[in-house]
Design a protein around this ligand. Sequence first.
Ligand code: G3P
Ligand code: MG
Length: 237
Amino acid sequence: MIAGHRGAASLAPENTLSGFQKAIDSGVKWIELDTQLSADNIPVIFHDETVDRCTNGKSKVADLTFAELTALDAGSWFSEEFAGEKIQSLAQTLAFFMANDLSMNLEIKIHHDHQVPPLIEHVAKVLEEINFPHEKLIISSFSALALVHCRKRMPSVRLGYITEHDPLPMLSQLQELNLYSMHLDHKILSEEMAKEILQAGLKLVIWTLNDLQQASKFRSWGVEMIITDKPDLFAQA
Ligand code: G3P
Ligand code: MG
């Protein structure tokens, strides 16, 4: 399976509707995106701790209300073609995914541990309100603490642990979370590591692979999902 990274990060501004549309147009069924809370506790789709890189504003995301966030231009930094692109709420995005029959790898983006309890509570509420199908969802995070809170609040949701380090020493501890998948930086994955992860009963997801030449190697190692900035290239192949 191929998933568009932050939508389709090489084709459109990351984590925007245009990016999600580009991923759909590429032919992928899965999209990875990042969520965190606005100052007024609305889960929004955004990667960085600040809006500085990907909008025309300058502030921490957590310091701006949803109204303030949506007033920003989240497209021009990428290209004038996308001027006026708006930051989306998780609720808006889930509705878009349902309307387009898309599956979501929702990354819980934690910049500080104190953000975990409110973010998980508000994400869980939005998922419940929209009744997003669990079979079209994987929630993932670099934060093990976030995954602990997810497991408590959403007992049946599929959870993935994201890491850029060898996960094997932590595997038994992580298994207490009843994980579904391991989301590894493709640069650190070896065939041996892949074997051990699969033997532990976990699905293997890699990010962010943009070199198509390497895809068949990872497939042969049992990788289930490739997250890429170039869904057009990978989906065609
Ligand atoms: O979910 C995998 C990948 O997105 C993790 O890294 O920094 O792009 O969120 P990042
Ligand atoms: Mg991410």
